[in-house]
Design a protein around this ligand. Structure first.
Ligand code: MG
Ligand code: MG
Length: 283
């Protein structure tokens, strides 16, 4: 007989995931203002690692086999899994930073933001890249809001795709491209656990949404085609057509009283407000 570990966690386990979520959020908040021209993504990596270790946790990215860094930094046509480098950021670069922390007790957080490096000389370019980031972030919040009322995880992907289609990019007139091969996931004792969460509509209803679920919702979008390839470094996922990418992510708990965004200090209140959803602290 095969015994499968339940994907659903106890209230105490979900409460233990608040701390790694907040540490992950603090690391990203420390990195965000450093995303500017002349700074290298290795410097962003060092800052994230400093914040995580200062708070008694460790980088869970460093626990991924073959990976040595604290963040993934995906610049311009790189969408996800970019490796930090010593190349200085340029004005107008769009940078997705993905980061996670594991506490001494062994619980994980995972979150990503996208930031555009200011470029006063090219306001149109900056506006386009900020729009891509804003739509990607909006689709993440739409997915999280859907989770609050969902019975199956497939409703999250449906909500993400619906949001993307309802908000076509003004500069192309087309919806952002949704990466198909990369998906959200459960989180807990490990950064990556079952179940998978698609960022698009599928015929798969997905796992049952009920108290105890802890998942990462992480849409990965492009300003053009959704076709990507993995660079020679075996990590970086870049667009085939050279269009810009954006990645946003939060870790979210479903509990008896509702949902709580573990990697947002306000539990997701600000991001969820436009969707009429109010997060509830985990009791
Ligand atoms: Mg991540
Ligand atoms: Mg993730």
């Amino acid at each position: 007989m095969i015994f499968r570990k339940s994907i659903y966690k106890t209230p105490a386990q979900l409460r233990a995931m608040v701390e790694p979520g907040l540490i992950t959020a603090a690391a990203l908040e420390a990195v965000r203002p450093l995303v500017r021209a002349g700074v290298t993504t290795l410097e962003l990596d060092a800052e994230a690692n400093r914040v995580i270790t200062e708070r008694g946790a460790r980088s869970n990215f460093q626990l991924v086999r073959g990976y040595r860094h604290t963040i993934c930094a995906s610049v311009n046509d790189a969408v996800v899994h970019g490796i930090p480098t010593d190349v200085p950021l340029q004005p107008g670069d769009i940078v997705s930073v993905d980061c996670g922390a594991e506490t001494a007790e062994g619980w994980n957080g995972d979150s990503a933001i996208t930031v555009v490096v200011p470029d006063p000389a090219r306001p149109d370019l900056v506006a386009q890249r900020e729009e891509l980031s804003r739509v990607t972030e909006g689709s993440m919040w739409a997915g999280i809001a859907a989770l609050a009322g969902a019975t199956r995880l497939g409703e999250v992907g449906d909500a993400i795709q619906t949001y993307i289609e309802a908000n076509p990019l003004s500069f192309s007139g087309k919806p952002a491209g949704i990466l198909r091969e990369y998906v959200g996931h459960g989180i807990g004792r490990k950064m990556h656990e079952s179940p998978s969460i698609f960022n698009y509509r599928t015929s798969d209803p997905g796992a049952e949404v009920k108290p105890g679920l802890a998942v990462c919702i992480e849409p990965m979008m492009t300003a053009g085609s959704e076709e990507t390839f993995v660079e020679d470094d075996d990590w970086t996922v870049s667009t085939v057509d050279g269009s810009m990418g954006s990645h946003w992510e939060h870790s979210v708990a479903v509990h008896n009283g509702g949902i709580w965004v573990l990697t947002a200090p306000d539990g997701g209140a600000a991001g969820l407000a436009p969707f009429g959803v109010t997060p509830t602290p985990i009791a």
